[in-house]
Design a protein around this ligand. Structure first.
Ligand SMILES: Cc1cc2nc3c(=O)[nH]c(=O)nc-3n(C[C@H](O)[C@H](O)[C@H](O)COP(=O)(O)O)c2cc1C
Length: 197
């Protein structure tokens, strides 16, 4: 009986360790991928620095051509700056209720072969990792375009002091979701070509 009890408590301890490692409330990879959606409705609550740091770390874990990592990130939490960004970005008005924004930037000079396309591809992968990390933490986010629109990129550069040679790829508002936004089912088997087009 004693052995059974010891075994039972060992199992409980191990389960607790796994839970602590994974993080309370963390979703598994596939459920994060499939539950990610563009969140445009936020409660207005702030987003903590620890969460923002974890999100950016996930961004930096993305692959990049020849591991060039041409990206950089501007994290904005000040209400005034979020509102200033919103003022020049008609498709990013959800910034007005977001707790923070992450601006994914990329520098073609730092990309492999100084190739602008690779710079954009690399940073886009970081941008998707960021969206998935936001979802995994139970927060909401949406990719809003700066690139390839000159007027939007210039507005973002001006508000945040980003150098001219750096491309602000997107503005990702981050916040606590109201629950109004839901994932879409986009699975279309006809888009898959097995073995040959
Ligand atoms: C390159 C790119 C630009 C986008 N620009 C905007 C934007 O400016 N404003 C916006 O509300 N959503 C924007 N989106 C989000 C898309 O509208 C959204 O991803 C799409 O409708 C699919 O919905 P889902 O993200 O919920 O799956 C953009 C997405 C991408 C990939």
């Amino acid at each position: 009986m004693r052995k059974i009890l010891v075994g039972f408590f060992m199992c409980l301890l191990m389960a607790g360790m796994v839970y602590a490692q994974e993080g309370a409330g963390m979703k598994d990879t596939f459920s994060v991928i499939h539950s990610r959606k563009s969140v445009r409705n936020f409660t207005g609550a702030p987003v903590g620095r620890t969460d923002l740091d974890r999100i950016i770390r996930a961004g930096m874990a993305a692959p990049s051509a020849v591991n060039a990592q041409p990206w950089s990130f501007v994290v904005v939490t000040e209400r005034k700056k979020l509102d200033e960004l919103a003022a020049g970005l008609p498709y990013a008005r959800m910034l007005l209720k977001a707790g923070a924004a992450i601006i994914v930037c990329t520098d073609p000079d730092k990309a492999y072969d100084q190739n602008r396309d690779l710079a954009v591809i690399d940073a886009s992968l970081a941008g998707e990792n960021i969206l998935l990390a936001i979802e995994a933490l139970g927060l909401g986010g949406v990719w809003t375009a700066a690139y390839p629109y000159a007027d939007r990129m210039n507005h973002v550069r001006t508000v945040l002091g980003i150098p001219q040679e750096v491309i602000p790829l997107n503005v990702t508002p981050v916040g606590v979701p109201t629950g109004a936004d839901q994932p879409k089912d986009k699975y279309k088997p006809e888009k898959i070509h097995w073995e040959k087009w």
